[in-house]
Design a protein around this ligand. Structure first.
Ligand code: AMP
Length: 191
């Protein structure tokens, strides 16, 4: 099993690059943002609880997303490998993920971190908000709160994986094809 974390601030291109990586390598995609939005559209209790955090640009509590990931891992015992997108976002989530994978005799192979400037992120998110239908993309206050959450809680996740020498930084600005090639080079080097 070969598992990858695609990491980066909101708007860094994780969704776009995930789609391509899945097509190339056959990973099972696990995006906590997508899983949460799915819960919201199905009007589940979990979805209702998560919505108020998402709508204010804050992180959903760790136990909620860790529970979702744990279920997803159990539901996909035959996956060749997982691509984690938007998870882990806190150190507690990272530790929980390592434990869950270790219980299955597995581990993260590489942590790929997309780097994009804050001005570019804000521009991309507000632009995406014009078409994505995501209420957390088209409001500048929420966009700024999401970037602040990333700086306060999520960026430290890279330090956690750095101690295991798993972090590779990738420039997330420029042509989508070039960024994709850089990601593939790193995955191929670890395979
Ligand atoms: P995303 O689609 O990854 O940008 O996530 C959208 C929103 O869902 C975030 O702003 C958070 O409110 C919530 N969310 C997604 N993934 C996580 C996570 N791993 N931990 C906490 N909250 C999350």
């Amino acid at each position: 099993m070969f598992h990858v974390i695609l990491f980066g601030p909101p708007g860094s291109g994780k969704g776009t690059q995930s789609e391509r990586l899945i097509a190339r390598y056959g990973f099972k995609h696990l995006s906590t943002g997508d899983l949460l939005r799915n819960e919201i559209s199905n009007n589940t209790t979990l979805g209702l609880e998560a919505k108020r955090f998402i709508d204010s640009g804050q992180l959903v509590p760790d136990e909620v997303v860790i529970g979702m990931i744990s279920d997803a891992l159990d539901k996909n015992p035959d996956a060749k490998g997982f691509l984690f997108d938007g998870f882990p976002r806190t150190r507690a989530q990272a530790e929980a993920l390592d434990t869950l994978l270790a219980q299955k005799g597995s581990a993260i192979a590489v942590f790929l971190a997309l780097e994009v400037s804050e001005t570019e992120l804000t521009k991309r998110l507000l632009n995406r908000g014009l078409t994505s239908g995501r209420s957390d993309d088209n409001n500048e206050t929420i966009v700024k709160a999401r970037i602040a959450e990333y700086n306060a809680k999520t960026s430290a996740v890279a330090d956690y994986y750095r101690q295991f020498d798993k972090v590779v930084l990738i420039k997330g600005e420029g042509l989508i094809d070039d960024i994709f090639s850089a990601l593939c080079r790193e995955i191929d080097a670890k395979k």
